[in-house]
Design a protein around this ligand. Sequence first.
Ligand code: ARG
Length: 686
Amino acid sequence: MEALASSHTQSVDELAVTLKNFGLESVPKAPNTYPALNPVDIYRSHTTELLASVSGIDPKIIYPALQWTQTLDKGDLTLPVPALRVKGKKPAELAVELGEKLPESPLVQPPVIKDTYMQFFFKPAPLTSLVIPSILKNGSAFGFNPNLGLRDPADPAKGRKKMIVEFSSPNIAKPFHAGHLRSTIIGGFLANLYEGAGWEVVRMNYLGDWGKQYGVLAVGFDKFGSEEELVKNPIGHLYDVYVKVSAISRDEAEAIKAKKEEISALRAKGEPTEEQQEQLKKLEDEGVDEQARKYFKRMVDGDAEALGVWKRFRDLSIEKYKATYSRLNIRYDDYSGESQIKDESMEAAARTMEEKGVSEESEGAVIVDLTKYSKRLGKAIVKKKDGTSLYLTRDIGAASERFEKYHFDKMIYVVASQQDLHLAQLFKIMEAMGRKDVAERCQHINFGMVLGMSTRKGTAKFLDDILRDVREKMHEVMRTNQAKYEQVEDPEKTADTLGISAVMVQDMKGKRINNYHFDMDRMTSFEGDTGPYLQYAHARLCSITRKAALSDDELLSADFSLLTEEHAVDLIRQLASWPDVFLNTVKTQEPTTVLVYLFKMAHALSSSYDHLQVVGSEEALKRARMALYAAARQVLWNGMRLLGLSPVERYGSIVSPFLPLSLPSYRNPLTSCPTVLCSCSVQTHY
Ligand code: ARG
């Protein structure tokens, strides 16, 4: 076990030995491919070599034309012949001709020609011998490719590209709404994705923590605040305070309006208004609004006491958020926020905009007329009449500051599609200001709405409430199977983890831009494509692993040629495609790309159990099948971790979170179930 743990990743030499057994002299390797990380690269290189040798076509054209398939019945790789760009020959004829000319290959079967497509099916025996060890040796790094994020793949010493993922970004003393929930889940996933691709990722939370409302909050805290409550539940308490003080401020606004009406009515009648004027002034001067304005002014002017109070609210809220984020396997490198943006940055931006003629005065305010670039961008206000900054102004300052601080190669804003216009304006203004270099590196990742998200006690306000409700619901679902429920070690904790998976998977199941219904019954079901279903698939594999109780060596030295059943071969073909699914996900930036794959695999797994018994089979077969299932468990684990889920090993014991994704195997796949060798616990069926 030690030896394996230290041998980390699969090496090319090991591949060479395996391939030699199948009659290949060397490891086929086209430029910029990674056979030790992605076994399918071997097949692409090999098929390219074969095709080039019979056609004389440049391998540089053939290689990228070889595509992965949507379903395995279309082959493991497919070649749309028109992509070879051969002139003067009908593609369908060329397909047949190439198919006939191709020499016998040790790795792929003679191609199946379907019209203008050549479908390549991998031969099972070599595939199995390549893929299973590759997965077991690469472990939690299998499928990821840290080379993608290199500045220069030819010279790793030049370092990694840097990325900021800004996500979640809730507002202090305001509800954590569905938009924040989605941003948190999708942003967490994207950060993992790019880390898995070898980027240096900075996870940034950009809190809504500035503006007059924080003056309102401070005034409110004076009236209704409780020190004890604040420490106990800062987010909830500050929100309550804010709601109460806002109600007062609304009442006052109405009283002021009424008073003004009274005054104009008196004036119309030519009656004196002095007394009412006095009352109006008192209302205005002593009201929450004015106090808040003054308080916020003190904050802006850097008054230590005012800032101290506000900072405490902020710090306590962040502490609380941290705890909740960690339940979703999320941690931040930078808790930034609107308050952190320096006046200098905004002033410098304002100067540049003015100098470059980007901005103009309009009725006392400063605006940028973006209609000259595109009608839909409209006109954006960048400075209010009273000189105060706006959400947009702060974002302009933030983008410049972040670039100064991090020199990022890419920055992703994970924000609901309701803010499409805001971000489009931001990027265009940056460009117009002469910061095309920054604007070009920015990307808005948007997403649709969650419909009907409410807790049992009313409309959802906070992340914790949502998670609490889902946990309770999950617990109920678990209780419906009393026999299984009794085997669960820590039902509360298990319900919590499964509930979180339920929420996250539901969120990531569809394309980001689609709206979806928050459906508690559906998401907590163990049937259908849900989080609990995936968790179940993983726990079941762990259970088999525990029962089989085989060592790493026993698995790696298994006779893979015994895996000949259709179910086994199909499973291996699917496992082989995980690194390509990962690559494709980097392109789509869609968590659903991963989920569609994982569900397909989970289905293949569940239909395989009856055909591929492990415990109870004779020794050699048991070892080979267990190696297959260990590999499947690893891939499932890697995919779930990429999504930000905490895979359960058995009900009540959860794999520890916060493992980096892209680093070489810090976690041995065969020992990542710590109980592998010593325990044979009850099977966890749900
Ligand atoms: N706090 C904002 C809101 O709740 C989201 C911030 C999005 N990020 C940004 N850089 N504007 O609407």
